[in-house]
Design a protein around this ligand. Structure first.
Ligand code: ADP
Ligand code: MG
Length: 698
């Protein structure tokens, strides 16, 4: 039998393959490019391309593609075959260094937010050699960045790589100050935990809302939901287990370190967590994971729902972004150490994160803002829309001691001076867990928990890396000029704790009292919806930070603002139209048919036994008829807002109209329809119900 280690990474052109297939000189220069970002010369590129092609063809590939992540949020690929005609009428398989390094897809149909005029349809894809090429569907996929003719980023990978570079540069300045001379670079790593739902494909196909919107727009609450907590970590059902086994195999072949899987809180909800890796690779892998989950599900007669809120009344799905910074020498900069200097260094990096999250709460919030995620954040199942940091009591006490120049504990007699006294050793605290914090310190990493399940992790990590790089930049500026490094370091950390301690909150993030305290006493921002959050990206403090660190140009920021809001508007508009369609073509006809059947039955009864009262039937007919009128009226109300929406051309205005008017009309329509569902006989209801969907996979 083949074991996992036999086939792990078998579809990846990874270091093992490179070493085996490339001439040693070529391998050495490629390694330099991967590790140190050196430019590849044409000869080397040609040799790499040739080896890649031979390897891919051996593994059954016929095509290649530059695989990229446009601002649609999913991945894109345009396939070209390797074939080239030979004079004898046959073909040879060819792939050049030029084709490896650069592609020119027609980019006119990808969102650009005005960055690319339609007459300049050309876009460029450029190879990201730090993420290995792989084979998917007989196609050699080359991870690439995607930009416009003018060099503006049209994708999520380019700014992500820029943010990693910015953080690397600033973190290196700090490490040098601490006397670290062996470190060559600092990288951020991410382990994204992915939540999802599985539903039966036959049922899914009968629900236009799931097909068009990825979430149910109607559905009465089933008698049983998640209240018994009997699904969480429960026994995995055979069909789901078969799906997971198949999924793991596919992911492992692609070198994706799928590690943990379990049932989640809601019925039909599950989670997959990989082992963490370098951020841009983690991002590529997460995109692939989401794609392959859907593909494998369909092989098992299932559909994988990645929407943040597929069902009302049970938990939605998120993605926990476990984030850390580490040196190429293997030191995790967020590990509380034992020696004084290491401790001070840890505290400075910790301070950088505190300040970053406090200063750029709005950027972090908007990095996860989508129409889908708006249903989760602040809804008592996911972190609130207010951002705060959970540090745990021990670490908070240490910070208190530093801020107040007081002893850390009763046992400690002297006031702690950083760089002089050894800090207590931290043990990873498993009892001190807080599941309600949007941004929790978990021993040696931070877990950013606000991401939606369908979000690319790129956006959140771009903002996080950028904000931390900015704190580090400020610290390096101060410390590099200091005559007394230790003194300056102490004062700096103390000041950062003092200035930013409002962002630390170790209590229950779901409590309404916290939201009041956060907003009214601490002055933290509470950006509840996408239209509330997005405009803050245009604020001067934010654009200045992002442009000065060269994460985005002003034009790129503006374009992303527009694309994200446009996406929000389009998403909700499609939902509104789907609702009207389902009501007019399915729900109202079903209710009427059932009313007629009841009326016919009533007539037959009284014909058989004249004088029968038919109290039950009359009552039901009346209730359903009134509800049908109510449904019709509510549908008219939604139709009117859909029409009004079409008349608004400004995207900011349109998004506010949706937030303030359209969502309300959708909610009103849903209420009456869900009530009608509870009164209509099952065989008349036109699509599978919540009970069917949530408990239908066994
Ligand atoms: P849990 O959250 O269930 O306690 P873990 O803390 O072990 O589980 O890990 C959750 C995720 O965090 C996994 O994807 C794991 O690989 C990732 N992770 C663990 N350590 C780090 C780290 N230093 N940096 C980034 N991610 C990490
Ligand atoms: Mg977790």
């Amino acid at each position: 039998m083949k074991t996992v280690s036999d086939y792990f990474g078998s579809l990846v052109f990874d270091d093992r393959v490179m070493k085996a297939k490339l001439p040693s000189k070529v391998y050495a220069s490629l390694k330099k490019t991967i590790d140190e970002g050196e430019r590849l010369d044409t000869e080397v590129a040609n040799a790499v391309a040739d080896a890649m092609k031979d390897w891919a063809v051996e593994h059954g590939a016929t095509h290649f593609t530059h695989w990229f992540q446009p601002l649609t949020g999913i991945t894109a690929e345009k396939h070209d075959s390797f074939i080239s005609p030979s004079p004898d009428g046959g073909v040879i398989m060819e792939f050049s260094g030029k084709e490896l390094i650069k592609g020119e897809p027609d980019a006119s149909s990808f969102p650009s937010g005005g960055l690319r005029a339609t007459f300049e349809a050309r876009g460029y894809t450029a190879w990201d050699p730090t993420s290995y090429a792989f084979i998917k569907d007989k196609t050699l996929c080359i991870p690439t960045a995607f930009c416009s003719y003018g060099g503006e980023a049209l994708d999520k990978k380019t700014p992500l790589l820029r943010s990693m570079q910015a953080l690397n540069k600033q973190a290196m300045r700090i490490l040098r100050l601490f006397g670290n001379t062996d470190v060559r670079c600092v990288r951020t790593s991410v382990g994204p935990e992915q939540e999802y739902f599985l539903v039966d494909k036959g049922m899914y196909d009968k629900r236009p809302d799931l097909v068009f919107c990825g979430r149910t727009l109607f559905g009465a609450k089933p008698p049983k939901g998640q209240e018994l907590d009997d699904h969480y970590f429960g026994v995995i059902k055979p069909r789901v287990a078969a799906f997971m086994a198949d999924l793991n195999e596919e992911l492992w072949k692609l070198g994706i370190l799928a590690k943990t899987e379990h049932n989640e809180v809601a019925p039909a909800q599950h989670e997959l967590a990989p082992i963490y890796t370098t951020t841009n690779v983690a991002c590529d892998h997460n995109q692939l994971t989401m794609e392959i989950m859907q593909k494998v599900a369909s092989r098992h007669g299932l559909v994988c729902l990645l929407h943040e809120k597929p069902f009302a009344g049970v938990n939605g799905s998120g993605k926990h972004n476990n984030w850390s910074m580490a040196t190429d020498t293997g030191v995790n900069l967020l590990t509380p150490g034992e020696t004084p200097y290491e401790n001070a260094q840890f505290l400075l990096f910790l301070a950088a994160v505190l300040q970053a999250v406090d200063d750029y709460q709005d950027l972090l919030r908007l990095s996860v803002a989508t129409a889908g995620n708006d249903h989760r954040l602040g809804a008592n199942e996911a972190p609130p829309a207010v951002i705060s940091i959970f540090l745990g009591e021990e670490l908070t006490a240490v910070l208190d001691a530093i801020e107040n120049d007081t002893p850390y504990s009763a046992a400690e007699k002297t006031v702690m001076r950083l760089g002089v006294h050894v800090l207590p050793r931290f043990t990873r605290d498993t009892t001190d867990r807080n599941r309600t914090s949007p941004f929790a310190f978990t021993g040696n990493k931070f877990e950013f928990r606000m991401l939606g399940s369908s979000n690319s992790i790129a956006c959140a990590n771009i903002m996080l890396n950028a904000a931390v790089a900015e704190s580090l930049r400020q610290y390096a500026d101060v410390l590099e000029g200091a005559a007394d490094f230790t003194g300056a370091l102490h004062d700096l950390i103390k000041k950062v704790i003092h200035d930013h301690r409002r962002i630390i909150f170790n209590g229950n993030g779901y409590d309404d009292r916290w939201i009041r305290e956060a907003t009214e006493v601490r002055g933290l921002s509470n950006l509840r919806t996408t239209p509330d959050a997005l405009p803050t990206i245009l604020e001067k403090k934010n654009t200045e930070m992002l442009t000065s660190l060269k994460i985005f140009s002003e034009a790129e920021i503006r374009s992303r603002y527009e694309i994200t809001l446009e996406n929000y508007c389009k998403t909700v508009n499609i939902e509104g139209m789907t609702m009207v369609d389902m009501v007019r073509k399915q729900i109202l006809p079903a209710v009427c048919a059932y009313v007629k059947a009841v009326a016919d039955g009533c007539a037959a009864k009284t014909a058989a036994v004249p004088g029968l009262g038919c109290r039950y039937e009359r009552g039901l007919i009346e209730k359903l008829s009134l509800l049908a009128d109510g449904i019709d009226r509510a549908a008219e109300g939604l139709e009117a807002t859909l029409l009004a929406y079409r008349g608004i051309s400004d995207v900011t205005e349109a998004s506010c109209f949706i937030r303030d008017k359209m969502l309300q009309k959708m909610a009103e329509l849903r209420v009456v329809c869900d009530e009608a569902e509870t009164l209509t006989a099952k065989e008349y209801w036109p699509f599978p119900t919540y009970s069917d969907l949530l408990f239908g996979v066994r």
